[in-house]
Ligand binder design. Structure first.
Ligand SMILES: [Zn+2]
Length: 184
């Protein structure tokens, strides 16, 4: 096998494996399953990659490049769709992956972020609703206790989504403290 063929084979096999790893990361419920999924999808991806490499072996470079681009496109789409539709979904309010299929209420903070709830509470946008509920959910007696990303795993076993970002800041919570103090 010459150098050029090795590169083609490498591309056709390695890229699907990277995609498989990303897919496993986005849909596996925990770290152990990630490894299992990655191994499973990775094996499958290598087979497909090799299959396409083999069938386009005697084709022109441009046809092989197009096949490769299609593989990458399909993989990217799969990963994006899978990560958007995989459950449990992340709660916008608390950031825990605690929203199960068919139930909009968060299993951790019991908040529900929906158009319906927004209207019911009199907010003009979903972010207004999330902001207000975050002030409520993250309120602690002392500001030192506030950590938006801790615990990483809740007592109930819900995982914090590290990509989630709270809309409120510690300063906002401090303001709430001041207001409550003034009222007393
Ligand atoms: Zn929540």
């Amino acid at each position: 096998m010459n150098k050029k063929e090795q590169i083609w084979l490498g591309l056709f096999c390695v890229l699907p494996v990277i995609g498989a790893k990303a897919l496993a990361d986005s849909i596996a419920p925990n770290d152990n399953m990630k490894l299992l999924y990655a191994a499973m999808f990775g094996g499958f991806a290598t087979l497909i990659g090799y299959g396409i490499y083999y069938t386009t072996k005697n084709r022109s470079n441009s046809i092989r490049a197009i096949s490769l681009a299609l593989v990458i496109g399909a993989l990217t789409t799969t990963v994006v769709v899978a990560s958007n539709n995989s459950y449990p979904q992340t709660c916008h309010v608390c950031g825990y992956k605690a929203i199960e299929k068919g139930d909009p209420t968060c299993g951790y903070c019991y908040e529900e972020v929906s158009e319906e709830r927004m209207k019911e509470k009199g907010y003009n946008s979903l972010s207004e609703l999330v902001y207000a509920r975050q002030l409520y959910v993250f309120y602690q007696d002392s500001l030192e206790q506030v950590d938006f990303y801790k615990p990483e795993v809740s007592e109930e076993g819900f995982q914090k989504n590290k990509d989630w970002k709270p809309l409120i800041t510690r300063e906002d919570l401090r303001d709430v403290h001041e207001e409550l103090k003034a009222e007393k």
